[in-house]
Structure formats: structure tokens, C-alpha cells
Design a binder for this molecule. Sequence first.
Ligand code: NAD
Length: 264
Amino acid sequence: TRGLMNGKRGLIMGLANKKSIAWGIAKSLADAGAELALTYQGDALKKRVEPLGEELGAFVAGHCDVTDTQSIDDVFKALEEKWGKIDFLVHAVAFSDKNELTGRFVDTTADNFARTMDISCYSLTAVTQRAEKLMTDGGSILTMTYYGAEKVMPHYNVMGVAKAALETSVKYLAMDLGPQNIRVNAISAGPIKTLAASGIGDFRYILKWNEYNSPLRRSVTIEEVGDSALFLLSDLGRGVTGEIQHVDCGYNIVGMKAVDAPDI
Ligand code: NAD
């Protein structure tokens, strides 16, 4: 992949630490020659993200909380001043109250429903609005989703509803921006142990279930998600938009428990 992203510049949102899916994507892009900008959410993550930015030779564009419109505008202003235009955007951001990532969906509160939708779904449209203005030579936008958007998964609850809306947002955004050669896609990753995933009830069980029952009989890694992201964000993916690409060791095709799966 060396040189594949030479001359391309873009923003990655959602890096928290080296377990983040955003880290896997950042590494694949940097190895392929992309110039990266990063944001962090709040002071606690600033301390973690700044050294990661240094390791990647990335521009740390500042704090961005997607519930704070001003902070989104500030980041895109910083990018405009630094580069004038961008070629790609990675949105790897999601949040829901941990207390509602367990038990029943029917018990979701109105407050958490709205917050989950705002942070995990609407924010893609919010950042796409700003990115569109900087993607003057076309571009590629990528978000992260999960199979819980398509099928009921234990404890995923309101996040599944938000991911379903996110996947549909990808399709509408792809149609709107296609004429400007801006592509919009999502990767539907299999379960990976990250900070965000640790908020989901019985996550270890879900991970094991996927390992035993996916066609590849293992779980996917952030490096593998990173390489698929590289395809979609580079010119290799130039004919692909509005797509929900599963990168899940094939789990989504499976109809029932594998006959060789041990008990968990
Ligand atoms: P992570 O905890 O490393 O990353 C989540 C990121 O979201 C963090 O950087 C956090 O700062 C950011 N974030 C949360 N609220 C925010 C806000 N208000 N403003 C700005 N940023 C905010 O976890 P991850 O698993 O790498 O998550 C990245 C994406 O991948 C998420 O969209 C997640 O739903 C998705 N995903 C994860 C898995 C999995 O199993 N880990 C599977 C499929 C999809």
C-alpha cells in the first residue's frame, strides 16, 4: 500500500487510544502516505491523543465534541487554514449511556435516545456539511457501524437504532454528494475490545460468540478494519459509495450457531 495515499490529506475523529478502531485506520492511512489531522474529545483525551499524533506525524487539530457545534466549526476552520482543502474524513464516534447498553431496549429513556442519536448518528451529517466545503477535488467519507443495526443483538439496544439511522444517513449523504465526486461509506466492523465496547453488557460473551461462529472462526482486528478503510478512502474505492461494507470475518452471513462451536 506504500504511496497509495501520497498527497492525500484528511481528518480522523474518534481516536481515544491504541485500541481504538480510529487508530487502526490512522496507521493504515499513514503507512500508505496520507497526511492526517486528528481531534480529541476533552482534556482527558488530549493527553492521550497528542503523543499518538506525534507518532503519526499528524496535525492535532484540537478539541471536538460533536454535541458542541462551535468546537466542530473550530476544527474545520483550523483545517481550512492549514491545508485549504481535504480529501477524506473518518467518523469513528459513538456514545450511549452505559446503563442503557444492558437489559431491554423498551426501557430506553427519551433523554438517552436523543443523545445517542445526536452523537452517534446526526454528528456524521454535521461533520459532512463542513467537510463538503473543503472537499473541492472530491473526497471520501467513512463512518463506523455494527451489525446490531440490522439484527437484534443482546444489549445493543438504542445504539442499534442509532446505527440503523446512521447507515441510512450514509445512503442519503452518498446520493447528495455523489455529483461532487464525494463518496460516503460505512464499515460494519465485527466486535472488537475497545473503550466504547467495554460499555456494552456481556461484551466478552458477544466477542466469543463471534469467534466461534464466524466463517473465519476468529474476531476481526483494528488493523484489518484499517486496511478496508484504506481501500474505501483511497482511489481503489473510487467506484464505491453508499456502501455498508462488512469487515467482520464473515459473521453477518451466518444463519445459526456453527456445529463445531464450543459452549461459552
Ligand atoms: P473508542 O472508545 O476507541 O472510540 C469511540 C470514540 O468516540 C472516542 O474517541 C470518543 O472520544 C468518541 N466520542 C464519544 N462521544 C463523543 C462526542 N460527543 N464528541 C466527539 N467524540 C466522541 O471505541 P471504538 O470501538 O473504536 O469506536 C469507534 C466507532 O466504531 C464507533 O462508532 C463504534 O460504534 C464503532 N464500532 C465499534 C465496534 C466494536 O466492537 N468496538 C464494532 C462496530 C462499530
